[in-house]
Ligand binder design. Structure first.
Ligand SMILES: Cc1ncc(COP(=O)(O)O)c(C=O)c1O
Length: 384
């Protein structure tokens, strides 16, 4: 009988469970050291924190790879660092990247403003138009990039038909699943080759660290690590220790984020003040049926559109008491932001409208407070 694979809660606490030696600490230390004593005359790889081989960096990466079901992973000093290096690891001058047009604004700026400087062309596709993927592949296409769930519109992209195209043409499929966390979605199970995540969000979960990660095959992660050593984005050991501490409660935090997201979305849907509520757990969501199949939870992110646009949105934001008006997401505390001024500020109003983010759109990150208190704060801000 093959031994049962530990569940995601167990993996996020222990990695692969093992017996601890007597007198060793239950919680490992922070190796806050840039360098390590290396044996004289040894040709072994030197231990140096910029190389990503500090024990805090190695242990965290191993655990995250297990959660994603990947051969290997590496942590970087931000989610943007992870996105940048994952793409530089597959793309060369003259290559073409095909990307979903529903992506985080920072990623869009990286593609539009930076990749071109390396001779890499990027074009965009509406990710729900499956036939467009195949049609848009060029001779020079090397990779497809998808974000799911999408920031901030919460659309859920079916990866299977896109993975069929990447397999057929020998392309790499890179997926940013930051909004799901590996508890709700593991893209490799759906045909992705590479998973990118902003560990700043759910993995850490406490709004006190900036970090990112890439997971994939051992050879791909070796190449990302090589680039990381040269471009210099390794994660600081203390940040790695904090992310690992956050990971230990990831599964239970996600249970509450999922429950609160659903409760808030159901409540908001019934309020006349909202023109639209975007949440994959609502039956009215365009991918609700697929989301029920593919996700283990619908997440804590909810998109809200008040009747009355920007002015109504600003009035509402000023009245909130507990929910902080702040960019970023996925921490234990509820946060709300306006993508037009934060995550998607770099896009024009027309570009934002085309991808479903009209001015006045609010992105709510439900924390793990009591659902009644999140709803109570929203309710009083509506003027009840
Ligand atoms: C989906 C997504 N990917 C990547 C990033 C970038 O992450 P970081 O801020 O850790 O660089 C963000 C940040 O908001 C994001 O929302």
């Amino acid at each position: 009988m093959t031994p049962r694979r530990p569940g995601l809660s167990t993996l996020s606490i222990h990695g692969l469970p093992h017996r601890r030696a007597d007198w060793t600490p239950v919680v490992g230390p922070v190796f806050q050291s840039s360098t390590f004593v290396n044996p004289v005359g040894s040709s072994e790889e030197v231990l140096y924190t910029r190389y990503g081989n500090n024990p805090n960096q190695v242990d965290l990466a191993r655990k995250y790879a297990l959660l994603e079901g990947a051969e290997a992973a590496v942590f970087l000093s931000s989610g943007m660092g992870a996105t940048a290096l994952a793409h530089l690891a597959v793309l060369r001058p003259g290559d073409h990247l095909l990307a979903s047009e529903w992506i985080y604004g920072g990623t869009r700026r990286l593609f539009d403003d930076e990749l071109g400087r390396f001779g890499i062309e990027v074009s965009y596709v509406d990710p729900t138009q499956h036939r467009l993927w195949r049609k848009s592949v060029r001779k020079s296409t090397r990779a497809i990039f998808i974000e799911t769930p999408t920031n901030p519109t919460l659309r859920i992209i079916d990866l299977a038909p896109i993975a069929q195209v990447t397999k057929e043409f020998g392309l790499a499929l890179l997926v940013d699943a930051t909004f799901a966390s590996p508890i709700n979605l593991r893209p490799i199970e759906h045909g992705a080759d590479v998973v990118i995540t902003s560990a700043t969000k759910y993995l850490n979960g406490h709004s006190d660290v900036i970090a990112g990660a890439v997971a994939g095959s051992a050879s791909f992660i070796e190449e990302v690590t090589r680039l990381m050593r040269l471009w210099g984005q390794s994660i600081d050991p203390h940040a790695a220790w904090l992310v690992e501490r956050g990971l230990r409660t990831l599964a239970v935090r996600m249970e509450r984020h999922n429950a609160n997201g659903l409760a808030v979305a159901r409540w908001a849907e019934a309020q006349a003040e909202f023109a639209a509520v975007h949440y994959p757990g609502l039956p009215a969501h365009p991918e609700h049926a697929y989301a029920r199949e593919a996700l283990q939870g619908f997440g804590g992110m909810v998109g809200l559109q008040l009747k009355g646009g920007v002015r109504a949105a600003e009035r509402f934001l000023k009245k909130l008491k507990m929910i902080a008006h702040a960019p970023s997401l996925a921490g234990v505390e509820s946060l709300i932001s306006e993508p037009r001024l934060t995550s998607h500020k770099g896009l024009t109003a027309e570009e934002r409208t085309r991808i479903g983010i009209p001015d006045g759109f609010l992105r709510l990150s439900c924390g793990i407070e009591d659902a009644a208190d999140i709803i109570g704060d929203l309710e009083q801000a509506l003027g009840r």
